[in-house]
Design a protein around this ligand. Sequence first.
Ligand SMILES: C[S@@+](CC[C@H](N)C(=O)[O-])C[C@H]1O[C@@H](n2cnc3c(N)ncnc32)[C@H](O)[C@@H]1O
Length: 197
Amino acid sequence: MAENENKPTGAGKNSFDLIDTEKFFQELDLQKGISFLDVASGRGAYSLAVSDIIGPQGNVFAVDLWAEGIEMLKAAAQERGFENITAFVSDVGRRIPVEDQSIDVCLIATALHDFVEDRIDQGVLDEVVRVIKPAGLLAVMEFKKIDGPPGPPIHIRLSPEDVADMLSPYGFKKEHAVDVGRTCCRRRTIQLSNIAK
Ligand SMILES: C[S@@+](CC[C@H](N)C(=O)[O-])C[C@H]1O[C@@H](n2cnc3c(N)ncnc32)[C@H](O)[C@@H]1O
């Protein structure tokens, strides 16, 4: 973990408002009752939306090292009466506190490039492999490899090919990549790579 003023890398940043959420959730095709893991959830905008989609029989696990973000998520979940969300403060490069092979769909939204920069990507991916079901889906969202803002500098952005190359040694096979950015502004384009295990 790299820390700046005691905050994890990227703490406080949120990509949910930058994407076309309808398209994003169509792509993920989440079914009622599944188990969903939001790695580096931040304040949990994706977790909250998924909680509603998968319903009370489903489970959402949200993990982030930014304690303030996790507290915000817990408060929002309580306020909305969403009882299927479990949120943890944890360094995902060391431990994702969920059981082996328990996750149907895992999301890493705009965080994989930070894990590479912090050199914890191997630890994170080892943990993802441990917790995801053998036929589970890993969805990786990254800023398109073009100049921002918003988003990180272009040299640390990951293309769909970069993501696929990084994940293939872990047994993931690229299903497809799709642009889920809002179409109103070209620079806000974000890609989602669906990686099937
Ligand atoms: C750019 S934000 C993305 C937040 C959210 N996924 C989104 O797209 O809106 C990156 C997140 O990674 C978290 N993070 C950074 N290093 C981490 C680590 N080692 N363990 C867990 N979370 C970490 C930060 O606290 C931050 O919430």
